[in-house]
Design a binder for this molecule. Structure first.
Ligand code: C2G
Length: 128
């Protein structure tokens, strides 16, 4: 059982997120998503439209996602990788290089982002 983990806020869920989760799942058999809590988003400086429970509910409805756990700190990744015996850590390539320290514990894969869509863009466009 090849286990994958990825992290994020996944606010205003869109097809860029789905592309990432779909490709992450294809790398193994079991995909864990560590979802940023409302408190952690404050630390990340991200203002969420949907609170944690709703963002979690949306993610759990996605066929590629097997488990959603809370992400409440920058420092939990090594512990998560060990605890869940993760084989591959996956993030969009806007994070390329940022998490290479995990290579000691698991494979690290940065997948290309879907360029034209983002939560920020959706919010900006809707204000117009
Ligand atoms: N993503 C993507 N294409 C987009 C938008 C997002 O592939 N058009 C990917 C991001 O690269 C990330 C995931 O979808 O891998 C979730 O995106 P965000 O919710 O923006 O994640 P972020 O706020 O960058 O949180 O500890 C890591 C952080 O929690 C990452």
């Amino acid at each position: 059982m090849k286990k994958i983990i990825t992290y994020g806020t996944f606010d205003l869920l869109h097809y860029g997120h789905i592309n990432l989760l779909k490709r992450a799942k294809k790398l193994g058999d079991y995909l864990i998503v560590a979802l940023s809590t409302n408190e952690f988003n404050e630390i990340k400086g991200k203002k969420c439209y949907f609170p944690y429970e709703e963002r979690k509910q949306l993610l759990e409805a996605i066929r590629y996602v097997d488990l959603v756990i809370p992400e409440d700190s920058w420092e939990q990744k090594i512990e998560n990788v060990k605890e869940f015996k993760v084989d591959i850590f996956v993030m969009g390539d806007d994070w390329r290089g940022e998490f290479d320290f995990l290579k000691e514990y698991c494979e690290v894969a940065y997948l290309t982002r879907t360029p034209e869509v983002s939560t920020t863009k959706i919010k900006t466009d809707l204000k117009l």
